[in-house]
Ligand binder design. Structure first.
Ligand SMILES: Cc1cc2nc3c(=O)[nH]c(=O)nc-3n(C[C@H](O)[C@H](O)[C@H](O)COP(=O)(O)OP(=O)(O)OC[C@H]3O[C@@H](n4cnc5c(N)ncnc54)[C@H](O)[C@@H]3O)c2cc1C
Length: 392
């Protein structure tokens, strides 16, 4: 078995993981990133996202810079430079940044692959963790090259699902599948005549009607449509109950086909359309959450609470995709933001374990706000910085 030693091991190369690894290496730590996919970006790339949420403050004026600065600002300005279509968009009470998937992947690659002091292993999956006296001693990854044993001094779990947290038996919480927020499955439709005009309203209307007529299961009425990069395409994001694992992918594809059939029959602009691309995975909003030295709550968010060790700012609302009631949003006061303390990123019981992104220490409601891409970028950056400081 190949053996590698490093200062900091980052597991997962999504938004949180890339930021964590880049920041740790910038701070001079010998850093290794392990990602099971062959590309960076995680859920936003495999799930075909269109907008980065959580980058900006709210209020009456279009924001000119990101709330947190740092790597979030670098990604934001890099995306804007790559495409004139990329820009800040107002959606109700919040502002988001539109982006194209290939631009995001390009930016994440150029940020990480040129970074001195950072090694990246794509196509390698972390499969086991060895621990002694509350310290992670080694992590084993498996991929095309066989097994690799990694001996890290610090570990940052950015796997979204909490792979290291679970395997090191660090304290954590997990909601039951029924309590968990709806998962999502995205597909692209092409050949739509004028997707921007009526489709964002027409699609949910006709799908809800099909649900009322019992042609489709109830959760499919929580569908979201957004227009694509070229004039005849659009993206449908359908909702699927959480916790079924990827075994449910064939069911999701089947639902997507049924949704498309309803749209082709009901909307004249969809009559010549066809399904062009399917997401390879069902994406989960909620997984395992580490129990940190502090657990962020709904009240912390809604009261715009600040902390003496606050490291990341967010103004994103608590966005819950409930299995029975569908999406709901609880906003902060306009112009205000809350802070996430560093203690939410530090394991309560494993001394050399940090986490960032979807699996931070937060209540299920608080996660409804902290899990968006913009916040995950900054959480990763702060975890990378904190872990690197421990090396000094
Ligand atoms: C349906 C849906 C719609 C959403 N829409 C938006 C949106 O429009 N805008 C927005 O800002 N946010 C959106 N989000 C939220 C957002 O996409 C994610 O919460 C966020 O990107 C999480 O980032 P992350 O880095 O924590 O985790 P992830 O993106 O999950 O990345 C984790 C990475 O770790 C890797 N990994 C996992 N296990 C292992 C292992 N054992 N070994 C090695 N690698 C591993 C994975 O392959 C992955 O690349 C949405 C989420 C869902 C589910």
């Amino acid at each position: 078995m190949i053996q590698i030693s490093c200062d900091i091991l980052v597991v997962g190369g999504g938004m949180a993981g890339i930021s964590a690894a880049v920041k740790a290496a910038r701070e001079g730590a010998c850093t290794l990133l392990v990602e099971k996919n062959g590309f960076p970006g995680g859920i936003p790339v495999s799930g075909m996202h269109r907008y980065i949420c959580g980058l900006f403050s709210t209020g009456a004026h279009l924001p000119v810079k990101t709330l947190n600065g740092g790597i979030a600002e670098e990604i934001c300005s890099g995306l804007k430079k790559l495409s004139s279509d990329t820009g800040i968009v107002q959606m109700g009470k919040v502002y988001v940044l539109s982006f194209r998937t290939k631009d995001l992947v390009g930016i994440l690659q150029s940020l990480s692959e040129k970074q001195v002091g950072l090694g990246i292993l794509y196509g390698e999956k972390v499969v086991s963790v060895k621990k002694k006296n509350s310290f992670i001693k080694s992590v084993t990854a498996e991929g095309q090259t066989g097994k690799i044993r990694i001996i890290p001094r610090q570990v940052i779990d950015c796997s979204g699902d909490g792979t290291v947290i679970l395997r090191s038996r660090a304290a954590h919480q997990v909601s039951t599948p029924r309590e968990r927020q709806l998962a999502g499955f995205c597909f692209k439709i092409k050949g739509i005549n004028d997707p921007g005009k009526m489709a964002p309203i027409g699609v949910p209307y006709f799908i809800s009607r099909a649900v009322r007529r019992k042609k489709l299961p109830p959760y499919l009425k929580y569908i979201k449509f957004s227009s694509g990069d070229v004039s005849d395409e659009g993206f449908c994001l359908i909702s699927i109950p959480a916790g079924g694992g990827q075994g449910k992918i064939s069911k999701a594809i089947n639902y997507a086909a049924k949704v498309h059939a309803v749209l082709s029959e009901s909307l004249s602009s969809f009559s010549n359309s066809y399904m062009d691309e399917l997401s390879p995975v069902i994406v989960e909003r909620e997984g395992l959450r580490m129990t940190g030295e502090y657990t962020l709550t709904k009240d912390d968010i809604l009261s715009a609470r600040k902390f003496s060790d606050g490291v990341v700012k967010s103004a994103w609302p608590i966005e819950i995709w409930d299995r029975e009631k569908g999406p709901s949003f609880r906003h902060l006061e306009p112009g205000t933001y809350y802070e996430i303390p560093l203690r939410c990123l530090k394991s309560r019981d494993i001394k050399n374990l940090y986490c960032a992104g979807r699996c931070i220490s937060a209540s299920p409601e608080a996660l409804g706000s902290t899990r968006v891409m913009g916040t995950c970028i900054s959480l990763g950056e702060q975890a990378g910085l904190a872990a690197a400081k421990e090396m000094i």
